[in-house]
Design a binder for this molecule. Structure first.
Ligand SMILES: [Cu+2]
Length: 449
């Protein structure tokens, strides 16, 4: 009996057992690269980058000072970033021996603003202190940067390929930055000079690079960072625009490198960062395109699937997920405590689909639309639109305990894996949410565990 792929996928999905993801990472078995339009020796493409129209920083800073004086003062006094990082169990800032003294800090601070717009000094001659960037894998976010002066921020990225679980059924060879999909979250501050070192450890012989939407210049850094297997390159970029930016590989065919997992987020804090919150998380949506599983010698279908060029061209995604796999945020839900404000740095790697990001059971008290951190945020927003190569920042106040579900409200994508959970612990709050009957989720419900 001939079974079409779509029905096969559906049937297997319904009966597939949950498969634990994690444990040892392993490189995919590599075959010699055949000639292929996907692996051809095409030069890195130059992508045009439009500079975001600058909004005078005073506009929002003034508003922030009026709106959040208590929060900001408290955060500054108590060293909010330190307390925050302890609560998150995150890593301490690595200031190293080059941490400036208070007097030095003051001097740096004085020239920090000028340095932001300085065009007289080449980046190789900048004499800022050097700091090693804290890089975190999703859903973790590095602690807020509390310094008020620019640094040379060292960022190390390594490109790899590895076979790992994609859906509860199938494994897939993902192409990565630092062995994770999405790539690491990078946190910088406007005015910093990013000292990017990229190394290619992909054993297939494919070149990779980085096009970061925070890098203002032709190609977003791609032509300066293209590395062949075994190669390392270093380039410097001024962080002149604040915001939450997508970075991705841009080696051609760029769509294939993105479709296989080569993207991540970089947050460039404005001079005055957003108001502090209780928890920050990193969530990135993307979709995968794969062929049906091949039949193996014993007649069984392979548990590994491969990239599908025709599906990608048709933009007919087989899999849509948060944080690189179907199980990322269902087997390890995000966590919060009652009355926490939770911030999600949300990006969309695409490569094709626009996300209608929504969290079932709550709304975004603040939504920094398109991750614009200079304008006041939108308020009380239910769903945000995030295009491929775009991002948003949303804050949610969790006033009722229970499980909340992250979805793309283009809701059939739920059947393709786009689902995550946020568990909020705490005592019931009948003042806001009440029934005299126990909860009774519908049969087969995928949304409300
Ligand atoms: Cu690449």
């Amino acid at each position: 009996m001939k079974t079409t792929f779509s029905s096969l996928y559906r049937i297997k999905s319904l009966h597939a057992p949950a498969t634990a993801i994690g444990g040892a990472r392993r490189l995919a078995p590599r075959r010699p690269p055949p000639f292929s339009p996907l692996r051809g020796l095409l030069p890195a493409r130059q992508l045009s980058i439009e500079t975001t129209k600058s909004i005078p920083s005073e506009t929002y800073h003034g508003s922030a000072r009026i709106k959040y004086p208590l929060l900001l003062t408290t955060a500054a006094t108590l060293g909010g970033g330190f307390l925050y990082s302890r609560r998150q169990g995150a890593i301490q800032l690595d200031n190293g021996e080059r941490s400036p003294t208070v007097a030095h800090s003051s001097a740096l601070q004085e020239r920090a603003h000028d340095a932001l717009y300085d065009t007289s000094t080449s980046l190789d001659a900048v004499d800022f202190p050097t700091e090693k960037a804290i890089l975190t894998s999703a859903p973790n976010v590095p602690p807020p940067i509390t310094r008020d002066y620019p640094v040379i921020l060292d960022v190390d990225l390594t490109t790899t390929a590895k076979l790992e679980q994609l859906t509860n059924q199938y494994k897939y060879e993902k192409w990565t930055f630092n062995n994770t999909v999405p790539g690491p979250f990078i946190r910088a501050r406007v005015g910093d000079v990013l000292n990017l070192r990229i190394t290619n450890h992909d054993e297939s012989g494919m070149a990779h690079n980085i096009d970061c939407h925070a890098f203002m210049g032709p190609g977003g850094g791609s032509a300066l960072t293209t590395v062949n297997e075994g190669e390392t390159k270093t380039a410097r970029f001024k962080m002149s625009q604040p915001g939450l930016f997508v970075y991705h590989c841009a080696v051609g065919p760029v769509g294939v490198h993105i479709a296989n997992g080569m993207y991540g987020l970089m947050y460039v804090q404005p001079e005055q960062d957003l108001p502090p919150v209780d928890r920050e998380y990193y969530v990135m949506q993307s979709e995968f395109y794969h062929e049906p599983p091949e039949e193996e010698d014993d007649g069984r279908l392979s548990s590994t699937v491969e990239f599908s060029w025709p599906h990608a061209l048709r933009e007919a995604a087989d899999v849509v997920v948060f944080n690189g796999s179907e199980a990322s945020l269902t087997e390890k839900p995000l966590k919060a405590t009652l009355d926490d404000t939770v911030r999600i740095f949300f990006g969309n790697g695409g490569p094709n689909l626009t996300s209608s990001f929504h969290v079932i059971g709550t709304c975004f008290q603040k939504a920094y639309r398109d991750a614009d951190v200079l304008s006041p945020p939108a308020q009380s927003v239910q769903t945000v639109t995030v295009p491929p190569g775009g991002s948003t920042i949303v804050d949610m106040k969790m006033t009722v305990p229970g499980t909340y579900t992250l979805v793309d409200h283009a809701i059939f994508r739920l059947e393709k894996g786009a689902k995550g959970f946020l568990n909020v612990s705490g005592e019931p709050r009948p003042q806001l949410y009440y029934s005299n009957q126990p909860p009774q989720p519908c049969e087969g419900c995928k949304l409300h565990p």
